[in-house]
Write a protein of this length. Structure first.
Lengths: 336, 336
């Protein structure tokens, strides 16, 4: 049943124990694979909850040519490790596995290390399984005040916080976020906490209502309440060429368009607007976990209300099918 | 011969004198039009030399839907004005005519004023004529040390300098400039003066040789000497989707791609690279004349060797035809 070759070049080692996983090989399937054996310096982690994200859906469509176990949003408990301090700890894990030696790693930017692997995305098995391994340096301890259901959002909250690592947003600055999906609803909260004057543009009444309940100004897509060229900072969180085009349409001269979502393909942008209005387009990806965990601990970001439904790992294929419906926010897999 | 309606909404007023001009109306033609009458606060300027730039060629292809007299690179002499101090002065002119009252103008960014006109580009007659008018606030006096042939480069040198207004480039930073045309050859000089470690990538041996004579490292396009994802700052000065793609290919994670050239259409960019590598794309357009004139006065930028040929205004159509040949740098029109 288990074909070692298909797992790529990673040295899993083999144990006698098997575990359940969601496995992508041309298509996604439920598969039993050996429980991974941790390398020195790594921890073996029992996955408690994992979240499905837009990138996972892009991966299923061919993004990053990934084969193996996807999944990079998780909370788990350490069952084996070198450093005994981690044993039994509830943890989340930074998803980029960096070399630790290159100039990027030296700058603290291991998430741009050119030889990195990325859990569940690039050459490294992910968290849609009963167990996963990660280097101990990637682990972050989850504070007791943060529930499993909140901790599983650490990675996407960190991605939202990344915008603030990349640019300064003065208090009161007008920001328009395009896209009322999972990521957009985190971005509006993080930017609002940072003091920005945030408007969310989306197409789903109930998602917009959720944002409104947090005090965020919302606009239905197509309402065109905002004038073109009028907003200093716009964020595309739709992960679609359409959303990016709207973000560019709204941004003012010398303003910044943040590309917060991955999509697999070509961004078609109005070259004249970019140059004549001297717009800055800023790609934005993974963020640091520490500020994200801190936001979750202080309750500055509401995440549990974003959970639409939780499936067991056995129901994993059903979970992906469910996610392809329109009116869904976060879908979790529960391995507890 | 002169059809007032075709000149658009600008209130030229009419004088009895006529002047020669290059006039765009569906196609470019040589046309006699009335010498423009200056409005209060404006100066009437006898054009001495004018330069043809890539934007002019885009305008002929339909960019900005311009009709009238194109031309925005010029040096001239003031013949009429309100403030007598300008009378007889040799001048260049900032090309954006701003309202002076809006928030952009208040920030000193009149070149982004939303109601601006732009000489020879947006709703304002340009300099491919014997005379042109401009507000006195747009004029800059040309120092005696700067020849007509150098002064006519003030606008493109300012555009090259604009990069340094928009971003900080630490001394020794590696920069790759794509495109060995007029603008690219100015950009490499300005960035080299600023202390950057500049490489020019181009496809014309003799243009690359010129840059080499200034001590710039050069690479023939296609030689692929530079590794992908290896350069902190890349500049597209080709004004083509191809050049922009190459600039994005070369830029390193967290690096900046400067879009220094206008092109009329859609920029097709690798969305994954932009987001995953957190690239900044920076549109860059017009710059301030003061630092450009200063660079020319100090001889920090070599411009006269970029002049391939000078035509009379009567030969204006021939000049554009000549420019469409491959091996041309700057082509001037001489109205002296």
């Amino acid at each position: 049943m288990f074909d070692f070759k298909e797992l790529g070049t990673h040295d899993w080692g083999l144990t006698t124990s098997l575990m359940k996983s969601l496995y992508l090989d041309k298509e996604l399937m439920l598969r039993e694979v050996p429980v991974p054996r941790r390398a020195p310096g790594e921890a073996l982690i029992k996955v408690l909850l994992a979240g499905i994200c837009g990138t996972d859906r892009e991966i299923l469509k061919g993004y990053s040519a990934f084969r193996g176990i996807p999944g990079h949003e998780f909370v788990g408990r350490v069952v084996e490790c070198d450093n005994s301090e981690w044993k039994g700890k509830r943890v989340v894990g930074e998803i980029n596995l960096a070399c630790g030696h290159c100039t990027w790693c030296a700058k603290g930017l291991g998430r741009h290390c050119p030889t990195r692997t990325v859990m569940g995305i690039v050459n490294r098995p992910g968290a849609f399984a009963e167990y996963v391994t990660l280097p101990e340096v990637n682990l972050r301890s989850v504070p007791d005040e943060v529930s499993d259901q909140a901790a599983v959002f650490t990675e996407p909250v960190a991605a939202a916080c990344e915008i603030l690592e990349q640019m300064t947003i003065a208090p009161g600055t007008r920001v328009a976020v395009i896209g009322d999906g999972r990521l957009g609803l985190l971005v509006v909260q993080v930017l609002k906490q940072a003091g920005a004057d945030v408007t969310l543009i989306g197409r789903h009444g109930w998602k917009l209502d959720l944002a409104k309940s947090w005090g965020v100004r919302v606009i239905s897509e197509g309402a065109r309440e905002l004038a073109p060229n009028s907003i200093p900072i716009t964020v595309d969180a739709t992960g679609s060429p359409r959303g990016l085009g709207e973000a560019l349409r709204l941004v003012e001269p010398r303003g910044t368009v943040v590309m917060k979502s991955t999509f697999h393909g070509t961004a078609n942008l109005d070259a004249t607007k970019l140059v004549v209005d001297e717009v800055t387009l800023l790609g934005s990806r993974c963020g640091l976990f520490a500020p994200a965990l801190d936001s979750l601990r202080r309750g500055r970001v509401t995440v549990e209300s974003l959970i639409t439904r939780t499936f067991s790992l056995n129901q994993g294929l059903e979970a992906f099918a469910y996610l392809n419906q329109n009116s869904v926010l976060k879908v979790l897999l529960d391995m507890r």
